[in-house]
Design a protein around this ligand. Sequence first.
Ligand SMILES: Cc1cc2nc3c(=O)[nH]c(=O)nc-3n(C[C@H](O)[C@H](O)[C@H](O)COP(=O)(O)OP(=O)(O)OC[C@H]3O[C@@H](n4cnc5c(N)ncnc54)[C@H](O)[C@@H]3O)c2cc1C
Length: 564
Amino acid sequence: AVDRGLSYCANEPNKLVSDACVSYATLENLNADLRPSIRYLTEQVDFFTYYRLDLFGRECPFWSDDEGFCGNRACAVDIADEKDIPVSWRSSELGKLAGPKASQPSTSVQKEEPSPFRGKLGEDTAESCVFEPNEIDKRDYCVPEDESGSSNCVYVSLVDNTERFTGYAGKSANNVWRAVYQENCFNTNTPKSQQAQPFGAALPFRGPAAANLKNVMDRKKHEVVQQDLIAPPPEEQCLEKRVFYRVLSGMHASISMHLCYDFLNQTTGKWGPNLQCYKDRLHSYPDRIQNIYFNYAILLRAVAKLRRNLKSYTFCSGDKRTDEATRKKIVGLADTIAARPSVFDESIMFHGEDAVVLKEDFRNRFLNVSRLMDCVGCDKCRLWGKIQTSGYGTAMKVLFEYDEEAENGANPTLRRTELVALVNTLGRLSASLNAFTEFTKMMEQERALEDMRAQDAYAQLENEAAKLQAAAAEKQQKKPDGDGILRRPVQPELTGKESVSELFWREFEMLIFAFRFVLKSWYDLPLKLWRIYKWGTAVLMDKFLGRDRYQTRRFPYRHALDEL
Ligand SMILES: Cc1cc2nc3c(=O)[nH]c(=O)nc-3n(C[C@H](O)[C@H](O)[C@H](O)COP(=O)(O)OP(=O)(O)OC[C@H]3O[C@@H](n4cnc5c(N)ncnc54)[C@H](O)[C@@H]3O)c2cc1C
């Protein structure tokens, strides 16, 4: 059962998520409705639960960080046994295909000649599943994971390798995040020639930001970086730059949410939510949580935009019925999202004078971010880092490069890895919103418990105070004048709202006190005179006999005078 979320802005559930056109409450309700289908797709459907990628073969192109390797068991990835993979996706089968090994047709060629069947795949299996371009297209926002049967590629079950706490931290993780945010330093005033250049094979990381980053990374390689990462762009910056930052920060926040929600308690050895981790990394930073909502909105919009394409997408599991079931499920999800009011309007982006340059810069920067995932020193984190950057890259490709109304073929190719990454990234964000709801409930429980404890402590204090007061009153009653001193009655402060009779009785009480004071003074006088006389003669006698004792003899009524 999926909970209806506790609204992030409980007091303002209809507040809009910045830069999206949807409220927090709407996204939460949408997530409650969509979560069962998203979970089904990402946990039960083979097409979406197996991901093929080059997990170990690519070196970090920016720095060498041998110490960044994470040796924890939780960092390891279990590679899927090819026996569990549908035949048509196995490397052996991919290797038998003539297409990818021979030459890659360009997207336009593919468009003109709808893929003829090759290799050993069955009739139900269209070539587009395996015969995908593995070179970067000028409309790609992410470095593609090699699908063409490269020997470095492995299949990974995403169900058996869930994203959770791994213990990967320290300067290696920090350096990657730092470099990711460094990509956010846009500078549109920079002449075009100096801006980040299109991504190329010879120089994997280009442009001034990249060169600067490489220098910084080289210098900082052995320093533990403590200071904050790049600050978010100011609100007055253009929408595109804010969107770029929100995507990165939302991805980072979503990763933090998962590692806090599925955390290893090292004392008990059990996995479960860690509220303190959530408080430290997310609760104190509402903007980070907002960016998770934002990312959820853009991924929903991208899936909805693919609705038409998905109807004729080739899933190629080798079994027609399985493919039909997969299609029905994913198209069903896209239809449900599309039936709701739009949550993000990408059409307002990349419109100004420098739109072309800005878009190219935006795309190249995101390509660099996807490349940075090869610098992550923990296998499990690298796996999910690659899936999620690919998921966001695919969303951008669909949002900024796809024509919603065009038939398949007119739009850029949607690789299998891209679609799998897109749906799994949506799944991660959906899980993040769910985890956020759970953490919010835990925070409320904790607060209620603290209130109760505070109330208990307060009641206990009140009790103690009452007891002390009662004891004092009792003592006072037993010895009406206590130490023999007649004290002024204690009266509450005047508030100005007292009635005439209250004022009268106050004055009357004081009058009685004055009267008693005078009478008592007369009554005590002989005894006092006698004591003073005794004290005086004792002092004189001490002095006469040359004794020092007189110095310590106290005047008998000094304290009584002080008390008044
Ligand atoms: C790609 C990638 C994937 C990872 N996957 C996992 C994983 O699956 N499991 C796991 O246990 N660990 C994972 N890690 C490590 C994890 O993200 C942290 O780096 C690690 O837990 C150390 O955390 P930290 O407290 O030092 O802060 P970090 O999360 O490393 O953050 C560093 C700094 O970034 C800033 N910052 C933090 N969050 C945000 C945000 N949302 N927006 C803007 N700025 C922010 C803060 O200034 C913070 O001090 C991954 C790291 C990377 C780079």
